[in-house]
Every structure is written in C-alpha cells, then in structure tokens.
Design a protein around this ligand. Structure first.
Ligand code: CA
Length: 418
C-alpha cells in the first residue's frame, strides 16, 4: 500500500506533493484509503466531463448530417459539369438531338446528368423523355414534369405517340421506367432536390424549352430538401444557366423578339429575368447561331442506317419533320462540354424584358448575361458534323430487344396512331 502511495506521490508535480503527502498520512491514521478515494473522485469528475464532451460531439455531428444545404462532405468542385436538362420535348426535334449529345457526353465521362425536367405539361411528354433515357442507357436518370405551366399552345411536330408504340407481341417498342407519370415529381421540386444535394456552384442548367419550371423554382420556398428559397438555392448551387431564347444579334440588341420559348409563357419569362440572381451567369443561345446548322431529315435517316429501332429514326420516318427547324437546342450542351472556343460570345451585359415582351441587351462588364454569336459557314459545318457523329453509332447498347420482324408490324401501328 505504501509503495503504491509512494509511486503516485513521485508522479505528482512539486506543487502538488504537499497535498498528496497529507493525504497519505491521513490514510494511515484513519486506516482508510483516503488517497485512493480522492483519486477515484478525480476520475469520476473527469469521466463526467468526458460524457458531456461525447454528447456535445454527437449533437454536432447530428446537426451537420441534418443540414440539407450542406449535403456533400466536402464542397470540392466535381471534375465534370453536373447537368440538369429542362426541355419542352415533343414539339421540335432539336431537343432530342440535345439529349442524344448529352447521353453521349455522359457515356464518355465528360459530364454527369442529374435529371431531366419536362417543362411542357402532359404525361405523354414525360413518357418520351423516359423512353429516351432508357434507349440511351440511363433508365434511372430522374424525370420530373411541369404541372403548373402550359400545355402545347403551339406544337411543330407532335411525336409523343411514339412512347405508346408496341411491337408485334404487344410489348412497348421502347422501354420505359414508369407506367404512371402521376407519381413523378413536379419539375421545380426535382430541381430543389437535385440542387440541395449538389456542391455549391456546381450545377449547369440547360434550358431548351419553356421557362415555367425555372420560374416555379425561383418563387419556391423552403421544403424538405432545403431551407433556402428558390432564389437562394440557385445563387448557391448553380454555376451557369444556358437558355435557348431571343433573336439577339450583335447588330440587333434593342427591342428584339424574345423568341418561341419565352412567348410560350411570358409570365414565366418575366419571372425568370426579374428573379434570377445577378451573380449567376446566364448564356443565351439566340436563334441566329442555330439557324445556320441544318440537319435535314434525309441526313438524319441516312446517319441512323445501323438500326431501324431508334426513336429519332422512327420519328423522322413516321412524321413530317421537314418543318424548317434547325439545330438550335444542341448548341447549349455542346457549348457547355466543348467550351467557349466552340462558340463566340457577346461581351457581358444585362437583359430586360419590357411589358410588351421585347428584349433589350445592355452591355455592362459586371453583367451576368452573354449571348452566343453565329460563326461562318465552316463553323456551322463543323458543328453539324459533331451533331451527326452522335447519330451514326449507338451511344450505349439499347435496352430494347425488339426484332426487325416485329418492327415492320409495328410501323403499321404508328400509322394508325397518327
Ligand atoms: Ca426546345
């Protein structure tokens, strides 16, 4: 006992030794191990403090995990663009080529697709986005649908019936993930979920359609995905927005047409331009650059000569696609993935939309808007060839199993639907 006390005694600092010696003497006088009791009391106090520290650490970890606005353990920028596509699929076919390019870029590891938002109301439009995801090998890519926007106020080519086509055995010609589109999220809700789960400043939005879903995002409030308002969520998470809109050109920047997409929902266009954060870049893709890139129906059908079972080939062979439309929408994903060397940009500026729906671009070095400028014919041919290259070979193994024999039966079904 004495030895143990001596060992402890020598373990103390000089200033504590007097106190310690007193305790040793008391333990002998009262034949009671006062020293050890004293040590035990000290240990108990320390353990009590340690308990508090563990509880505080646990609460801190819990609060961090529950912080929905900071979902990624680190906020490192992803190596490739993180893309949400927002499309008015089922009116023009250029949206389909934008998608085909995105699937290809994603398959090459040059971007990561986060989701597809269908901004044209109607389940049949979501079904075509679904079959596109499946055909190109992305069956789990989330799809959401606009439910507070606009129906097909004007439609160039209504090719949505291709989603319902069946083969000779009664199976869908093109596989789909969903059978009931009432269960998929509203577009702006998917936006909120995807943005909340992304690193700050990492998300690229490619808007090739009507701005109604983005307008609904901007006016949204806190929900189960984020405590931030829609505007603050965009400010924090979005790197850049591409928007196919307007007829802006370098010599035509005052009171110009806002273009088809904005005119399909002018209220939403006003909301977008008025509420979009002025510190998040917007690249407008006007009609002029795309006007120079013409992918004729004959070229499309010829380029997809390696299969008959292909959504674009079916649309181009079964519907009149000779409506004069050009490759407007593909220029957005191409610009994002290929970089600024691909397409000339205007100087920075600001954009306003007047009460009578006219666009004005005002140069301003601190502005967050730029717009694409058309190049020469060689430039247009180069871009066309890049788009054509996405048609000439499969992106991934298609998920369908339909044979050529059943397809010939099916094409009669397409005629009936039309
Ligand atoms: Ca479009």
């Amino acid at each position: 006992m004495l030895f143990r006390h001596k060992t402890m005694y020598y373990g103390y600092k000089p200033a504590q030794k007097k106190h310690c010696m007193l305790l040793i003497i008391m333990s002998f006088i009262y034949k009671n191990n006062v020293f050890l009791q004293y040590q035990m009391n000290k240990i108990k106090v320390l353990m009590k403090r340690a308990k508090y520290l563990i509880v505080i650490a646990f609460i801190t970890i819990l609060l961090y995990a529950c912080n929905k606005d900071n979902p990624t353990p680190d906020q490192q920028q992803p190596a490739v663009p993180q893309i949400i596509l927002d499309t008015d699929i089922c009116s023009s076919t250029d949206d389909l080529f934008a998608m085909q390019l995105l699937y290809r870029y994603a398959s090459q590891g040059r971007c990561n697709l986060l989701g597809v938002v269908v901004d044209r109301m109607g389940d049949t439009n979501a079904a075509v986005a679904d079959l596109m995801n499946n055909y190109y090998g992305f069956p789990t890519l989330p799809i959401a649908l606009e439910r507070n926007g606009t129906y097909e106020r004007f439609c160039y080519i209504n090719y949505s019936p291709i989603a319902q086509l069946t083969d000779g055995n009664g199976n869908l010609l093109f596989a789909r993930t969903y059978s009931d589109y009432s269960s998929i999220l509203d577009g702006y809700v998917l936006y909120r979920r995807l943005l909340a789960n992304s690193a700050d400043g990492s998300v690229t939005i490619i808007l090739t359609g009507i701005p109604s879903t983005i307008a609904n995002l901007l006016t949204s409030g806190a929900d189960q995905y984020s405590s931030l308002s829609g505007v603050e969520l965009v400010r924090r998470k979005v790197k850049r927005l591409y928007f196919m809109a307007t007829k802006l050109e370098p010599d035509n920047e005052q009171n110009v047409s806002p273009g088809y997409n904005m005119m399909m929902h002018p209220v939403a266009a006003h909301t977008l331009l008025e509420m979009w954060p002025n510190d998040v870049d917007v690249i407008i893709s006007p009609s002029a650059p795309g006007n120079m890139v013409e992918y004729t129906p004959e070229m499309v059908i010829s380029d997809i000569n390696w299969t008959e079972i292909h959504p674009l080939k079916q649309i181009y062979t079964q519907y009149d696609c000779n409506t004069g439309q050009k490759m407007w929408d593909p220029l957005l994903p191409m610009h994002e993935i290929e970089g600024d060397d691909l397409i000339e940009l205007s100087p920075r500026g600001r954009i306003s939309l007047s009460a009578d729906n006219k666009i004005t671009f005002t140069a301003d070095p601190d502005g967050n808007y730029r717009y694409q400028i058309a190049g020469d014919e060689a430039w247009a041919e180069r871009l066309l060839n890049m788009i054509r290259a996405s048609s000439t070979t499969p992106t991934r193994m298609a998920t369908h199993t339909t044979s050529m024999a059943t397809l010939s039966h099916q094409t009669r079904g397409i005629q009936n639907i039309r």
